[in-house]
Design a protein around this ligand. Structure first.
Ligand SMILES: [Fe+2]
Length: 296
């Protein structure tokens, strides 16, 4: 587990800032919705107030050593006769190509169980470090705490107003994020939400925002604990937001050959990524879990 330190965002504190949690992409699987992924990436690229965090399972990693390997499950646009012998590099190249346009807006990359197990299976413990290094971002490991610091950006000005601006520059609002790929194999929505609540109640209690992937669901929860003010003279509520960060992997194939999600009986799920919105000057935190009605 990593404490990732501060991630400083110079911005207009009155403007709504966004963090898009992109995970469980399973690129390389024939059932990965690349079109939707590219739309999400484009929405981050074109939004000046958007950042993103990677939530793990970037690749599907069902290589020939995996018990679910099936040639029909591989994306033919990614794997071919020339690169299948270097499955690791082919997967990483495809991922780097997808995320290249938004690499400068990345908070960091959480590692998924599909990365971890691929690395373990193939003695490639450096795969995740290499992937993060190629994008120039931080490898956050399986779970991490990130301290987001939103600072009022200095506005271009001169004379008297310059003094005002430098005063405003010191204004900052902080939020703590706990991000984890996730665990568990419950197929029910309540079981998946319970897993998120477990992280919120039993693993790390001091965050404002919890992000969890792995369970392939778009959902969120809000709860409130009590704490005291800094002086210790007042009981104050501490509201917390927990978000389950979706997927891009369809659980059904469009042919007679089933994907592994279909074989395992996974329920269909809405695809996409949730967006956490933060308006620092108002101390407002929200979440948007939009999805496309027609997918694939
Ligand atoms: Fe996943």
């Amino acid at each position: 587990m990593i404490s990732a330190g501060k991630f400083i965002v110079n911005c207009d504190l009155a403007a709504t800032q966004r963090i898009v949690a992109i995970g469980d992409i399973h690129l390389g699987a024939a059932q990965c919705d690349k079109k939707l992924l590219r739309e999400t990436i484009e929405s981050v690229r074109t939004d000046p107030n958007a950042l993103w965090i990677g939530m793990g399972d970037y690749g599907d990693f069902h290589d020939i050593k995996h018990r679910f390997f099936a040639a029909s499950d591989l994306d033919p646009e990614i794997y071919n006769a020339n690169n299948i012998g270097n499955f690791s590099r082919a997967t990483q190249d495809a991922l780097v190509k997808e995320f290249e346009p938004i690499k400068d807006k990345c908070i960091g990359l959480v590692m998924g169980n599909h990365e971890y197990n691929f690395m373990r299976r193939n003695l490639e413990s450096g795969w995740m470090d290499d992937f993060a290094a190629r994008l120039g971002v931080q490898n956050l490991g399986y779970r991490a705490v990130i301290h987001m610091v939103y600072r009022q950006a200095e506005k271009a000005s001169s004379g008297k107003s310059k003094k005002k601006a430098s005063k405003a520059k010191r204004e900052e609002v902080k939020y703590t994020i706990f991000a984890v790929h996730g665990a568990g194999s419950s197929g029910s929505v309540s079981g998946k939400k319970k897993r998120l609540q477990k992280y919120m109640d039993e693993v790390f209690v001091g965050a404002d925002i919890y992000l969890m992937g792995h369970v392939h669901l778009l959902d969120y929860t809000l709860d409130t604990k009590l704490t005291t003010n800094e002086a210790g003279t007042e009981i104050v509520p501490l509201p917390r937001l927990g978000v389950i960060t979706g997927t891009y992997l369809r659980t059904f194939s469009d042919s007679a050959l089933p994907g592994y999600g279909e074989m395992k009986g996974y329920a269909p799920t809405a695809l996409g990524s949730p967006t956490v919105s933060i308006t620092p000057s108002l101390d407002l935190v929200g979440v948007e879990t939009k999805f496309k009605r027609r997918q694939g």
